[in-house]
Design a protein around this ligand. Structure first.
Ligand code: S6P
Length: 595
């Protein structure tokens, strides 16, 4: 009985009656309805169940899934295109592009596979584009997402002089104007560009709002591409992975599924080119299943993850910090997770921060060091952060046994002088005893050490990709859960969302409608009043476009909570501000108004 109830909740979102006006990527997940009141343990279970939805089999004709026949076949076709370029790389490039998390993963994946090429003495063929440039790798730059022209120009620049371009545009919600500008460019020049779209909604749910200065919408471009899939002139990879645990937070499943799909494609292409392993249906499926196993291996550590989440939640609750000290690409995942807390939870830059051994040298981004506002090396941590830490700040070491574990131990000793709140997460291969002594030292210094053990890897690169995904899942769980415990989430909505681009503006208006029950026009009015901090809207404001509104909102805090208090109580903006000052935990403030 309990099991069938649980199963029906797992699939509830697939019903055509479930939040029918919303695309899958924006729906609220029935599994996490009560996440805001859950214990650390329960939060981990809920997030695990949400992640497991990624690999659920197709249940009917409604949605294709990650393991659906058509998806696997498209992965094979795209892998063959990449193989073709790998075999004749002259004047060719494979470009991965996206906004926010999607752009960060484009960076991570291109770095991994270019490194693999370098190790084989081959020239790099992969390039990444992230809306807003490299700063967006480490911070919230949401506005460039709305700029299709910028997208198109940046693609042109990367492809200058190239005769053949495989363009992979990533937009989890099939919604980013930046990406659709690039796809449109590809469609205009089919002799050079072959476009691939990766996202997690069916094409009929792609965003259909008009884009200023464009004759197309995301949906119209996706539909044009769909037509071209028949002749393999364009490709669509858009399985549904279920709604996000925190509504719209595509950094979680959207990001994980992006990483899985693209790595499966590129790994298959590399194996075909360099080890003569043909691209087969079975091979692709097998690789996907290895990622499914990654979820199981990671969440087998539920208790350890809950303990970390609880400790991080405690630090954030008392206004202290969470620091990730990582090595290699796992550190990059720490940097990414930390940067996402700012737009996702309205967190402060200092709340969650990541650091990487070797700093920018190791990160190896196009623009190199990004200046004093973006200090990311372990040395920066030692000079700028460590002196101010105490036992209320949590520090997490993230590494694998193929890193220099004696370096980890050395850093652990330095941290331990300032805070006892030191924890470790590390990956090791079963039976590998190489770093056992140093590991013992680290364990003694840490309050908790989470050891994730993997059976002997099929290939070096696959093992590393699994460790990365495992780290992503773990950090996403810890940082999301910690912010839930801090009271940042209401039900499973991020109520204090920053209204810094058109997608977030629409989401904010929708959220106000849902929670206040007021009509859309009234909600938008309340939103504008809080953005412009006025009790009466002027003609100037109402005639401005969304870009002006979102630019103004960039410097505002608590926009949506304030608008909600005004809508629910009919009070003035100033009264709403006083109310929220008295009750800084947004969830509780909202509940007080609703009851
Ligand atoms: C989501 C994250 C955002 C998105 C970005 C792109 O958790 O904070 O930065 O990645 O908005 O979204 P999409 O749907 O185009 O991949």
């Amino acid at each position: 009985m309990a099991e069938s109830a649980c199963l029906s909740t797992m699939h509830e979102w697939e019903s055509p009656d479930y939040e029918p006006s919303l695309p899958v990527s924006e729906k609220s997940n029935p599994l996490t309805r009560d996440i805001d009141r859950a214990s650390a343990n329960c939060i981990v279970r809920m997030l695990q169940a949400c992640d497991a939805q990624m690999f659920q089999e197709e249940t009917g004709a409604t949605y294709q899934r990650l393991l659906s026949k058509q998806v696997v076949e498209t992965l094979m076709e795209v892998a063959k295109k990449v193989e073709h370029i790998l075999k004749d790389p002259q004047d060719s490039v494979v470009v991965l592009s996206g906004c926010g998390t999607s752009g960060r993963l484009a960076f991570l994946i291109t770095s991994t596979f270019n490194r693999a090429l370098r190790e084989l003495n081959q020239s790099s063929i992969y390039s990444y584009i992230i809306a807003g440039g490299d700063r967006a790798l480490l911070s919230s730059q949401e506005a460039p997402e709305d700029d299709p022209k910028q997208g198109m120009l940046s693609l042109k620049k990367v492809c200058e002089g190239k005769k053949q371009v495989l363009f992979i545009g990533i937009s989890c919600g099939l919604s980013a104007p930046f990406v659709v500008g690039q796809l449109d460019l590809c469609l205009q020049h089919p002799e050079v560009y072959t476009p691939v779209l990766v996202g997690f909604n069916p094409t009929h749910q792609a965003r259909d709002e008009s884009i200023p200065g464009c004759t197309f919408t995301f949906r119209s471009v996706a539909q044009r591409m769909q037509e071209l899939t028949k002749s393999q002139k364009a490709f669509l990879i858009n399985p549904a992975v279920g709604p996000e645990a925190i509504s719209g937070s595509s950094r979680m499943k959207g990001g994980s599924a992006t990483k899985i799909l693209l790595e499966v494609i590129l790994s298959a292409a590399h194996a075909a080119t360099f080890t003569n392993t043909p691209i087969t249906y079975k091979g692709i499926l097998q690789h996907m299943r290895a990622y499914k196993k990654t979820l199981d291996v990671t969440f087998a550590q539920k208790e350890g993850i809950s303990a970390l989440l609880e400790a991080a939640g405690k630090s954030l609750q008392c206004g202290r910090r969470v620091c990730y000290l990582g090595w290699g690409s796992l550190a990059t995942l720490g940097l990414i997770d930390a940067s996402e807390c700012i737009p996702t939870f309205g967190a402060d830059y200092e709340d969650v921060r990541g650091f990487i051994n070797g700093g920018y040298r190791e990160l190896n981004n196009y623009e190199g060091p990004l200046g004093p506002d973006f200090c990311i090396a372990h040395e920066d941590f030692l000079h700028l952060v460590l002196p101010f830490l105490n036992d209320q700040d949590i520090v997490l070491l993230i590494y694998t046994h193929s890193d220099d574990v004696s370096e980890v131990a050395k850093l652990a000793r330095r941290v331990r002088e300032k805070t006892s709140n030191l924890h470790a997460v590390y990956h090791r291969v079963d039976g590998d005893t190489a770093a056992a002594v140093q590991q013992e030292d680290i364990n003694k210094l840490c309050l908790s050490s989470l050891k994730i053990t993997w059976s002997s890897p099929a290939s070096g690169i696959l093992a590393h990709l699994q460790w990365e995904l495992s780290t992503k899942l773990l950090l996403n769980t810890v940082s999301t859960g910690a912010h839930v415990l801090k009271g940042k989430i209401y039900q499973n909505y991020m109520i204090d969302v920053q209204v810094t681009n058109s997608k977030l503006y629409c989401r904010a208006t929708r959220l106000l409608q849902k929670l206040s029950g007021c009509p859309e026009s009234q909600c938008e009015e309340a939103l504008l009043k809080t953005i412009y901090r006025v009790d009466k809207l002027t003609a100037d404001i109402t005639s401005s476009d969304i870009a002006t509104h979102t630019r103004t909102a960039r410097n505002r805090t608590k926009v949506v909570p304030l608008a909600l208090v005004c809508l629910l109580t009919g009070c003035s903006l100033m009264e709403a501000e006083t109310h929220l000052e008295q009750q800084p935990i947004v969830r509780e403030a909202v509940e007080a108004c609703l009851s």
